[in-house]
Design a protein around this ligand. Structure first.
Ligand code: UT7
Length: 331
């Protein structure tokens, strides 16, 4: 069979958006910023925070909702994959916490961390798992950026929100094409990063930093560099995926881009030569929820009855690494 026709079927979607909604004006009470600055530079009006609660709680809720929407019993799931760059533990992995909470006793578990590119990368990898013999896979992307944001860094913290989205996937003889790419950064200039520091004194320490002191760590970013990268990376990946699929860009019914910043999306879409009518965004209400952006969009579209059999969707994203990529699926 043509490899491009070894596709996937989305048999259910779910999402969880925590109830705590934070407006730009509320951020302006603790930061030197304004609704006008944030909205005109990013397109964001509100974002949701999980109120200090752990990330996995959102993953579990989104997973339960996707299983219910799919009408699939947890016992029939044979793999759970979780995409998160903001796990509550380094281990155990979040997928195991989800498995325990939803009662998917027969599932294998795996976490992936591709930062904001996690949903695109996960779809690509899960396609491989499905064709290696697993039948029903629960894929959850859950991110709790509020626990990692520096609320004294106005250029960064205002962009991010918390949320989770999930899909239940199986094999289907439908179009599936991916184009994953990366442009690795140096450790000296990682551009977009979150680095953990040791809290204790290491007994065998040969590093320049002889005694590592406890440092509170936050997500850090060179916004301008990320912006420049993203506006080229997204159209490049989407065009390459279309070429691989033998499609013109305008044959894609709907683009679901990473919801980083509305100006990045508009610039990338212009360079692709498609109309914004063919692009789904929810950044105004959610901000950037990293790898959770796309499955939350997908669930909103599903709930609104906007996903139709035969539609061609293009997921296109970028993230820390720097990584980027696009996946085209036929519904
Ligand atoms: O998943 C990927 C995540 N990352 C991204 O998507 C980031 C991509 N980059 C961006 O979205 C934009 O670079 C930002 C929105 C982060 C910043 O926009 P910008 O147009 O690149 O602003 P800038 O960094 O050039 O800053 C312009 C001014 C500066 O003031 P001065 O030095 O000109 O006086 C900043 O200090 O805006 C100031 N500024 C703010 N002012 C009010 C930065 N953040 C804020 C703020 N409120 N929240």
């Amino acid at each position: 069979m043509n490899n491009n026709m070894r596709g996937i079927r989305i048999i259910g979607t779910g999402s969880y958006t925590p109830p705590m909604k934070i407006t730009n004006d509320e951020l302006a009470e603790i930061l030197d910023t304004s609704d006008e600055w944030i909205f005109t530079r990013t397109g964001i009006k509100t974002r949701h925070y999980n109120g200090g609660n752990p990330n996995y709680t959102m993953a579990v809720e989104a997973a339960k909702r996707a299983l219910e929407n799919a009408g699939v019993s947890p016992a029939d799931i044979d793999y759970i994959v979780v995409s998160t760059s903001t796990p509550d533990f380094i281990y155990p992995i979040t997928a195991c916490l989800v498995q325990n909470a939803v009662g998917a006793a027969n599932a294998a578990c795996l976490d992936i961390n591709m930062a904001c590119t996690g949903f695109v990368a996960g779809l690509d990898m899960i396609r491989g798992l499905l064709y290696s013999g697993y039948n029903k896979i629960l894929f959850v992307a859950s991110e709790c950026l509020s626990l990692h944001a520096d609320f004294t860094d106005r250029a960064t913290c205002v962009l991010f929100g918390d949320g989770a989205g999930a899909v239940v996937l199986e094999r289907a003889d439908k179009l599936f094409v991916s184009c994953m790419k990366a442009k690795g950064v140096s450790a000296e200039n990682p551009i977009l990063y979150y680095k953990q520091e040791n809290e204790h004194n290491l007994p065998f320490n040969d590093s320049e930093q002889k005694q590592t002191e406890y440092k509170t760590c936050f997500l850090q970013m060179d916004g301008k560099e990320v912006y420049k990268f993203a506006v080229d990376a997204m159209p490049e990946a989407a065009k390459a995926a279309c070429a691989k699929a033998g499609l013109d860009v305008d044959e894609i019914d709907l683009f679901i881009p990473h919801q980083a910043n509305i100006r990045i999306v508009q610039t990338a879409v212009k360079s692709l030569g498609v109309s914004m009518d063919k692009v789904y965004t929810n950044i105004e209400a959610h901000g950037n929820t990293s790898s959770a952006c796309m499955p939350v969009c997908l669930d909103e579209l599903n709930k609104a009855g906007k996903l139709k059999e035969g539609m061609k969707l293009c997921f296109v994203g970028f993230g820390a690494g720097l990584t980027y990529g696009a996946v085209i699926i036929e519904l």
